[in-house]
Design a protein around this ligand. Sequence first.
Ligand code: NAD
Length: 736
Amino acid sequence: MSYKNFTVETDADGLALVTWDMPEKSMNVFTMEVMDELDAIIDQVVADAAIKGVVFTSGKSSFSGGADLTMLKAMFTMIEEEKVKDPANATKKLFDAAGRMTWLYRKLETCGKPWVAAINGTCMGGATELSMACHARVASNSKSVKIGLPEVKVGIFPGAGGTQRLPRLINTQDALQIMTTGSDLSASRAKALGLVSEVVEPENLVAAAKELLKKGVDAVQPWDKKGFKAPGGAIWSPNGIQLFSAANAILRRETNMNYPGALAILKCVYEGLQVPIDTGLRIEQRYFTHVLSTTQAFSMIRSLFVSMQELGKGARRPAGIAPTKFKKVGIVGAGFMGAGIAYVTAKAGIPVVLIDRDQAAADKGKSYSEDLVKAGISKGKTTKEQGEALLNLITATPDYSALEGADLVIEAVFEDRGIKKTVTEQIEAVIPETTIFASNTSTLPITGLAENSKRPNQFIGVHFFSPVDKMMLVEVILGEKTEDKAIAVALDYVAAIKKTPIVVNDTRGFYVNRCVFRYMNESYDMLQEGVPAIMIENAAKFAGMPVGPLALNDEVAIDLSYKILKAQIADLGEHTVEKHHMAIVDKMVNELGRLGRKNQKGFYDYPPKPAKKSLWPGLKDLFPQKKAEEVDFEELKQRFLVTIALEAARTMEEGIVTDPREADVGSILGFGFAPWTGGAISYIDGMGVKAFVALAEALAAKYGAHFKPTPLLLDMAAKGETFYGRFDPYRVANAA
Ligand code: NAD
């Protein structure tokens, strides 16, 4: 029998080697077709008396990335359509779809013949679940082997038997930890936990799996035998009771109960371990159906998986421009940001010229990469040779002529129009006409800076976030005259350094900082109202923000907030800044000398390590405090999310951000906007524009005009529209 995605070869010993190798795909993923073929292969194995056992492996360098989540997205669309026609049938269809993999894997493990998974590389999600349905697992000791169940990161959970088999194979506590964090295991860690039975040299992988079968692998899973006991003990045992009380508390602390997928993992394991596996699988299928039908899962899959991939692959890249293969990238300004940009560029294998005012300053910039490389070697993340190769790619010099031949130059000098003008002229004196010029400015509009350039059509903003090596987002900002070639080169560069770009039109603060300032301003308002600082910080975290607004302000530096407000007053007038916002930062900076983490005192105090930071007690004296019971905590949470979402909506209304995918992904990657919502725009679409408008109006009545819904929102509410409908990112593709 022949298959499109698999080959099946049976040797003289009766061992069938099933190799998964999807044509025209760089990685194997589960599609409907793959599942149908696997179903047929199981039938073939059962029917062919010559086959005694099966080794299941991959023909690619990785094992498999798991389910094709775009398939899930298509399923969501089908269900949405069905809901309109026949809601009861929609749920039934979702339930059946949610169980397709589950019962296919169950069929595999009960087919009567032993299967061994030979894991040769990355093995994720549905693939890890398939390997657990096999009767044994062998992994290669290659560094590329990563075994994981990352579903929780996109709002769902391992729903193809993962929650049932993992705690039947390994300790319940480890199983819960792996699934609720979505973290990967190396081959050796998987062996130590008992998830794989052998770790071998890559070239011996299939032979070792066959050897195992020859020695005898039981075709009946331990959990299908009488008297089976889970390795972590029963739920109703002292261990189990201790574990689940702690697990509940940890889940609450880590997720603030915003993630139905994470909660469902605990429920599936808790309930599933008390019953036979078939019942456990049905329990899991029900929870999976429920989680799949939540707004959170829909929005998280859309933003964190589908949109992020689409943007990373150049969804916004202008067509018809040849891709750039970077021979050299110049970075001028080797300070905090320039040094980080040099590191990520060299890490991508691109030669970098790193320029500053003198050799010592340029060298200091390079020393940042030297430190990161050293740390990487000591943690075993990189080898000495790789580290040296990376550092050899960075030439630190004060000599501008070294920029000659660069495909792209990024300027990251002081945030000062005059200095930026001089530096632009110095750079343009040496670069060829074809070089694209990018500025990393965070506050100065690109159109204005482009006036310093002889070639404003090749001038663009490439706005990184700090710390550059950790932050995955880059805002690409278009000046009025920026042309397609500059956009294409900037996007090729962002793709080369493996970050996610959003393309934004020029405006003060661009997209991310506009939203971030709303977040911090709301906390100033709350302080002013007398809300205890600890409630402000906790409400933000309970709403799903990773860092409270006061802590964030300390990281950004309060004197920077002060400078930005001053610049805004100078450029746009006194009336554009709330007086009490200015009063708070002015007092903190100029009267109290509290600048943030950088001088160990801001809204928090930063004692020497190992002591932890704590909120500055003096805040209580600055603002008369309300009692906790006088504060509506739920409303604090809403205020943070609504004020940011309103700003995101304004940027779309003004045409600053044109694609809702970018507003969503930008808000999550740029400042961690509550990921459970799928992003600032999905937050609005998720509750419905009408409900959002009502909420904003209620908040405006109590807390001021900045909560007033904009004309666009009012119009959309009246028409029953969504952002993803009105600004349909696929309309061009759909129309074609
Ligand atoms: P920084 O002060 O750490 O570094 C600036 C560097 O520019 C210094 O090393 C300085 O010696 C160098 N420089 C100044 N004049 C120069 C000249 N004429 N020629 C060559 N080098 C010169 O500042 P930073 O925080 O790295 O910020 C740099 C830029 O990045 C600014 O435009 C800033 O707005 C932007 N930015 C900063 C952040 C942030 O979090 N700090 C985030 C995004 C963007």
